[in-house]
Structure formats: structure tokens, C-alpha cells
Write a protein that binds this ligand. Sequence first.
Ligand code: C5P
Length: 233
Amino acid sequence: MPRPDTPLIIALDYPDLDQALTMADRLDPAHCRVKVGKELFTRSGPQILEALHARGFEVFLDLKFHDIPNTVAGAVEAAADHGVWMVNVHAGGGRRMMEAARERLEKRRLPTHLIAVTVLTSMAREDLAEIGVDDDPLSQVERLAALSQRSGMDGVVCSAQEATALRALCGDTFLKVTPGIRPSASKGDDQRRTLTPARALAAGSTHLVIGRPVTQASNPMAALADIEQEIGR
Ligand code: C5P
């Protein structure tokens, strides 16, 4: 299966393997990648990765590792050994943690993309103050994105609102993987500060994580095709 030339990553936010695969079977791996998160992976284990790979999907394993350097390096190596396309860690784990993860992939020449989460979008200024960070969220995002880049990360997870600042700070090729996307036709549900796919790409996002607008559509591939049209693909 050739690598899909697409910025679209569909979030398979399901509680078990059967439901996730039922959705995957309605998607085409030539048109999107898929994201597996903590709930699905914790319930189904690596079996979900095997099943998705067998169907031709490239997988972003969104487990946001955060631990001492040796432990995170081992977890990232394990993810890469499962053949995932992308895996992530928390930038808050620090430079040595990120460097250890990068070095482990380099040593084994594993091609998995390694990105970092900067500040969770659920964290407001008051939440940062409570954990001792007396700064506004965007400044902290910029600080951690720059640290991630210096520590060998391929990119970060960021909101589309942050993507423009991060493009200026870290350049075009540094990956900016952006959730909170809502196609112009869809409803907002619990996401705040959403952007359309076209606007997010224009803002500097390199990849778009999209869940419910596709997975809860009556025809997911038609919803995906509408998004492709919206971004001129
Ligand atoms: O359904 P929806 O498009 O909102 O799904 C977005 C996906 O991106 C979910 O898997 C969600 O956990 C994830 N995500 C997010 N906001 C962040 C980080 C991750 O919505 N800041």
C-alpha cells in the first residue's frame, strides 16, 4: 500500500476493537490515516494496530508518553516495532526524555514519526498557574515547541490557532498535527475554537485530526470526500 498523500487523520475514538474496525472498514486507507488513542489501545492492545495495518492503514498511536527517559524510550521503541506511522510524548517530560526517545529510534533506524504534545488545550492560564507555570498558554506552547524541536522531535500536536505562530518559530517542515477541526457543514459539539480544514491548513497545520465529523456521518467516506474537496484534493 503506497503512503497516502493526505493531511487527514481520522480519530478512531471507540471503546473496543470491533467498533473501531467497523468504522475502519468504512474508510479507505488511500484517503486517510487513522488515530488510535488511550481508551481503544488500553482495551484492545496491539491487536488493533495489527488489524489496522492489515487493512492498509497507517496509524498514529496517540498515547502521549510521559515518564523517565529510559521508560519513554522503551515505549516509543515498542510502538515503532509495531510499525506505527506516528507516536507522541509529552514535551513536559523534558529535553532528556525526548532526546532518549529520538536516540532509540535512530539507533534502530525506525522510521516512525515522533511528535510532542506541548500544552493540553484543556489547560487554561489558571490551570498552568496551579502547576507553577506563571505564563499564558501560547507562550508555554511556544517554549515547549521550541524545546521539542531542539530535542529532535519531528513536530508537535497543536491547535490551529497556534499553528501560525509555530510555523514562524519552527518552520514549515516541523509537523503541526491539529485536532479541533470542523468542516464548514458540521456542528461544533464539545470542541471550542474550531477551524475548518482549509483554514487550519492555511494557518500552518500540516496534518488534521478529525473524529466525529467523519465517524458520526451517515456516510463517512462521503464526509471525507467533502473535506478533500474543501481542501482542494
Ligand atoms: O471528534 P473530534 O474531531 O473532536 O476528535 C478529535 C480528536 O482529537 C479526539 O481523538 C481528541 O481526543 C483529540 N484531541 C483534541 N484536542 C486536543 C488534543 C487531542 O480534540 N487538544
